[in-house]
Design a protein around this ligand. Structure first.
Ligand code: ATP
Ligand code: MG
Length: 350
């Protein structure tokens, strides 16, 4: 029987399979273990994953991303209404009142529910799993926020009757930030507490950068970037790249975009110190969920055996520093921070 774990992230998805006594993360048709959470609708077909992401600039109105946060929300939900204005694609109300996505597909206007779009993405992930397994997927576990079990694989855990080992898991993803505390014994895992901030993730740091460069380019080139969806999408892409570069380098780094708007080439620079200054408010939000789990569980900092970080945005040095300082500990990266959730799902399923 083939069992599979899917981590459906806001930005990226991972597929893990349980086989031959182990858990393995599998690659898609591009030999990439990461599949972007994008669906793109075209005049003749639709594409999903990497093929869809590559159309985010050329077919921006019909390439949907970041839809995970609309699951189960009414169209009239203030959250949806507030998000609407910053999206490049259109949202619409479904007959049932929930949120839908309006696109041109096969030359017709269509409204798909969030569940349908996620379903399309899952179909793709299932195909990826089946191509790797060479047989149909029988069962799967899909990640939902706040669940981690990958560390259960470790074999040097205390015996069931001994004092459990307490590990804090911190996941800083693209859209959300989640913290869980788990107590491990051999063959046993107990989730002691969890806390989250659904409004803190990598995308909020991208937002800060985009805002900064929009203001810069307004001053320097008299451009209103937000008036052109295509330019805005390109700026988001470049800002995300710059954000990642700033995690590895503290020197001044360039941001250049050719023929950005009205045939103008734009350029700017930023460095990590200035970036951290711009993100002061966001960085201040790192601590609250950490404090909350300590209060919930009444644990003392010395009770914590390890703090494991996962999720792409946990690579931001200022975030790591704050977490590490809070616990007074070096952070552990025992888990593959991109793949841990999918692997935990496959393990749960097995
Ligand atoms: P979520 O868990 O919120 O649904 P996700 O699982 O799709 O989202 P991840 O793949 O864990 O999110 O993380 C993606 C985020 O991590 C993006 O914002 C990305 O820009 C950011 N990121 C990845 N690498 C780096 C890096 N080196 N420095 C800073 N940020 C990074
Ligand atoms: Mg995630």
């Amino acid at each position: 029987m083939s069992v599979v774990g899917f981590d459906v992230g806001f930005q990226s998805c991972y597929v893990a399979v349980a086989r031959a006594g182990g858990i393995e993360t599998v690659a898609n048709e591009y030999s990439d273990r990461c599949t972007p959470s994008f669906v793109s609708f075209g005049p003749r077909n639709r594409s999903i994953g990497a093929a869809a992401k590559s159309q985010v600039v050329t077919n921006c109105k019909n390439t949907v991303q970041g839809f995970k946060r609309f699951h189960g929300r009414a169209f009239s939900d203030p959250y949806v209404q507030a998000a609407k204005s910053s999206l490049v694609y259109d949202l619409a109300q479904m007959p049932t009142g929930t949120t839908g996505i309006k696109v041109m597909y096969m030359e017709e206007e269509k409204v798909f529910s969030i569940e349908q779009v996620t379903g399309m993405l899952l179909t793709k992930l299932k195909e990826t799993a089946e191509a790797a397994l060479k047989k149909p997927v029988a069962d799967c576990v899909i990640s939902v926020p706040s669940f981690f079990t990958d560390a259960e694989r470790r074999s040097d855990l205390p015996a069931p009757e001994e004092k459990p080992r307490t590990v804090v898991f911190v996941d800083v993803g693209h859209a959300g930030y989640q913290v869980s505390v788990c107590a491990f014994n051999k063959g046993k895992l107990k989730v002691l507490g969890s806390a989250f901030d659904p409004e803190l993730g990598g995308k909020d740091f991208d937002e800060v950068l985009v805002k900064y460069f929009c203001e810069e380019f307004a001053k320097k080139y008299k451009l209103d970037v937000r008036s052109k969806p295509r330019a805005l999408v390109r700026l988001y892409q470049e800002c995300e790249k710059l954000k990642k570069l700033m995690s590895a380098n503290s020197s001044d780094l360039p941001l250049n975009i050719e023929c950005f708007m009205n045939d103008i080439d734009v350029s700017g620079t930023l460095n990590r110190a200035k970036f951290e200054e711009l993100c002061t408010e966001l960085l201040a939000k790192v601590e609250a969920p950490l404090r909350s789990i300590m209060e919930q569980t009444r644990l003392k900092k010395e009770d914590i055996y390890a703090v494991e970080i996962i999720g792409g945005a946990s690579r931001i040095p200022a975030i790591k520093e704050r977490i590490s300082k809070f616990f007074g500990k070096e952070l552990s990266t025992t888990l593959n921070l991109d793949e841990a959730v999918a692997r935990g799902c496959a393990l749960q399923c097995a």
